[in-house]
Design a protein around this ligand. Structure first.
Ligand SMILES: [Mg+2]
Ligand SMILES: [Zn+2]
Ligand SMILES: [Zn+2]
Length: 707
């Protein structure tokens, strides 16, 4: 028997073990039908707590937390060396336990202050009934709110109608004359007053006129304060039927605080700042003030003194509880001597640095990088330059095979701090070897097929590149890595458009893909080459901008002629000395050989005879002179190609016959531009390589030429 009990106890204990691990429910696939939110009643707060907090001292003379204090060890371990005295867990095991403070007098919950006020407007201030006489109207409202198919929004509208019907009047149940419930004077914090001055009936008027004859100044006080205690007792007497009328999902007395839940110590750590002084969390300090005021009020009440005497302390307590919930509440600004830095519960949760946006919606991940971006026209449009420093941290787990074993051995020998290196070796059994320690020569020698080496990022690795705000799918595209010195991420200016990036300090993010499958998928689907056009309307998005347009415009002017040496030099600009270039026949042969700038542009589109790209297109540039204008200026030549401004761009078989190319031909946002036609008639590779050549050429040309 005893054994059995012991075994069961062990199971129970395992079940009860507290932990900071996230909760994983393995209950299968249950469907949630509905969720109801509610506030905790005083009893529930007390029930879920393990300690009553009443002592405002934190530590005793020996630096041990005081029992019954705000750092009581029963609410969890205070620091790494402490132990929880409720579950005997260590700092890492025990998530902490709640405590509670019993308030001597109730206070309003700021979060529900308007709801409390609205409710008070509807009920009789003596008998707590809703100010609707028993009758058809009341029954009709009840019928509507009880309709199980009514939607929540509809029900709240009904509740509002009920509120509108409950005008201040004589209570139909007890005959009490009700006035208006409204907010008290702003200076005094959270107050509700009951103003009967407008609704006083004839008798009071009579009384007042009778009094006015007297010499002594007697005034009838027609404005009463509705303190939380009074409101609580009123709310307790509201019948369940009236609750339905007011569309309350729960008992209204829960909106008034009688017990405060004290959060576990681990969420408000206490730090010793050298010597005997400790640094307390904002919440702990606020709670300490609450405990202080509370004990003063308790003393007053125990002496049997009247409520009026401790009224100021009561108000103070009310404001402290408000601060605990929301330290930015408007009623707090009126009062002095409050720490502006104190953070209430709401401040912990909301906003950019709050728990949800700041801590929970995942931000930091491994294998990512972020820095400032800068332009680099020497890169291909599909590339991104990654600083060496970044490449040494970002790694890719490459599996060892006969093709790469020597390369990876060299990476291992280089180790974590030399660039084409590696940080870890993962063996097939899952064990991970840190290359920062141990003999790397031996590790490299013992490398076998099937091992994985977490090597540094190298040229050609596929990475995802992203700029916020990620508004469309081109905000995140895959590029090929180029490891470069210095500290910025760099890419070709042609790709500014899809990211909507400029270089005035913009930062961008980089994600390194960790499997071959992911790399392939990203390359096929998200590659820059496959996203040159926007899916919105087919317009080209990755296109030439800025310098590229300027230099193209300058080169293709009518009066540009280059001799053999300069033309050859310009041609050499557009490749990496890998591409072979066929020099076209010069446009002028005598007296000297001269080439035009337009011929240079033709070379740019089709550098050699092996490239089977035959571009045919016509574009009317911005400077193109229309028929009407020609008539006005008495230009007699009417052929499009003979535009006086040379604004008609005409490509035939990849030869630029006329026209000065500009934004319409090369820029974004035109379905009939050069790159669009290249994609349409050939493929995105043709367009991309043409863009690369143009970028390279422009950067060098405009660097020497100027404008
Ligand atoms: Mg910017
Ligand atoms: Zn514990
Ligand atoms: Zn009444």
């Amino acid at each position: 028997m005893a054994m059995e009990a012991a075994a069961r106890w062990q199971v129970e204990e395992q079940k009860l073990r507290c932990t900071k691990e996230p909760f994983v429910d393995d209950a299968g696939t249950d469907r949630i039908k509905s969720i109801q939110f509610s506030t905790l009643s005083g009893n529930e707060v007390r029930g879920s707590a393990d300690v009553q907090v009443w002592n405002s001292r934190f530590y005793d003379a020996t630096h041990k937390p005081v029992p019954g204090g705000l750092l009581d060890t029963r609410m969890g371990a205070t620091n790494k060396f402490g132990e929880c005295t409720t579950c005997y867990g260590s700092y890492t095991e025990c998530p902490g336990h709640f405590g509670y403070i019993k308030l001597a007098l109730p206070v309003f919950n700021v979060g529900f202050f308007t709801n409390i006020l609205n409710m008070l407007k509807c009920i009789c201030k003596r008998c707590s009934r809703v100010l609707l006489a028993d009758g058809e109207l009341r029954q009709e409202f009840l019928k509507k709110t009880r309709n199980p198919r009514a939607e929540a929004q509809h029900k709240s509208i009904i509740a509002k109608n009920v509120r509108d019907k409950c005008k201040p009047c004589r209570c139909p149940y007890c005959g009490f004359m009700n006035g208006v419930a409204k907010k008290g004077p702003k200076t005094g914090g959270l107050n509700i007053v009951h103003d009967c001055s407008k609704t006083l009936d004839g008798n009071a008027e009579e009384l007042r006129s009778a009094l006015s004859h007297k010499k002594e100044k007697l005034s009838i006080n027609s404005v009463h304060l509705l303190d939380p205690q009074t409101v609580l007792s009123l709310f307790k007497r509201i019948t369940d039927e009236d609750c339905e009328l007011l569309n309350l999902g729960d008992r209204p007395e829960k909106l008034i605080i009688t017990e405060i839940a004290v959060p576990p110590v681990p969420i408000r750590p206490s730090v010793f700042a050298g010597g005997a002084k400790s640094n307390e969390d904002s919440i702990t300090i606020i709670l300490k003030n609450i405990v202080n005021s509370n004990s003063i009020i308790k003393d007053f009440l125990q002496k049997g003194e009247e409520l009026v005497k401790c009224f100021n302390w009561w108000q103070e307590l009310q404001l402290q509880v408000v601060e605990y919930v929301n330290s930015d509440a408007p009623c707090l600004t009126a009062s002095q001597n409050r720490d502006p830095k104190s953070r209430g519960l709401i401040q912990r949760l909301k906003g950019k640095t709050g728990r949800f946006r700041g801590n929970l919606s995942g931000k930091r991940t491994e294998y990512t990088g972020r820095t400032v971006i800068s332009p680099d026209p020497n890169l291909k449009i599909t590339e991104v330059a990654i600083p060496v420093l970044m490449a040494q941290v970002l790694t890719y787990p490459e599996r060892v095979s006969c093709h790469n074993i020597e390369k990876l051995r060299q990476c291992i020998r280089n180790g974590p701090s030399k660039h084409p290196g590696a940080n870890f070796v993962i063996k097939p059994d899952g064990s991970k070897l840190n290359l920062k320690y141990g003999d790397r020569q031996i590790t490299a020698r013992d490398l076998k097929y099937g091992f994985k080496v977490e090597r540094h990022l190298e040229d050609g690795d596929i990475v995802l590149f992203n700029r916020q705000p990620s508004l469309h799918r081109m905000s995140i595209m895959s590029h090929r890595a180029r490891i470069m010195p210095w500290r910025t991420l760099r890419f070709n200016e042609s790709v500014c458009n899809p990211y909507n990036a400029d270089f005035d300090g913009d930062e961008m993010n980089l994600h390194v893909l960790q499997t071959e499958e992911a790399r392939t998928e990203a390359f096929m689907l998200m590659g820059v080459q496959n996203n040159l056009c926007t899916p919105k309307n087919g317009e080209i998005l990755v296109a030439s901008t800025q310098d590229f347009l300027t230099s193209s415009f300058l080169v293709t002017r009518k009066d540009t002629f280059y001799d053999r040496s300069y033309f050859s030099l310009l041609c050499s600009y557009l490749g990496d000395a890998i591409e072979s270039i066929d020099l076209p026949t010069p446009a002028l042969i005598k007296p000297i050989e001269l080439w035009t700038g337009k011929q240079l542009f033709s070379v740019l589109v089709r550098p050699n005879a092996c490239i089977k790209v035959f571009l045919n297109l016509t574009v009317e540039e911005k400077i193109y002179m229309k028929r009407k204008e020609r008539d006005k200026k008495e230009v007699t030549v009417l052929e499009e190609t003979m535009c006086p401004n040379d604004g008609f761009v005409y490509f035939r078989n990849s030869e630029l016959l006329c026209g000065q190319v500009g934004k319409k031909t090369l820029g974004n946002g035109n379905n009939e531009g050069m790159f669009s036609v290249l994609i349409r008639d050939y493929n995105s590779h043709a367009a991309a390589s043409c863009m690369n050549r143009l970028a390279k050429f422009s950067a060098r040309f405009i660097g020497n030429h100027g404008f």
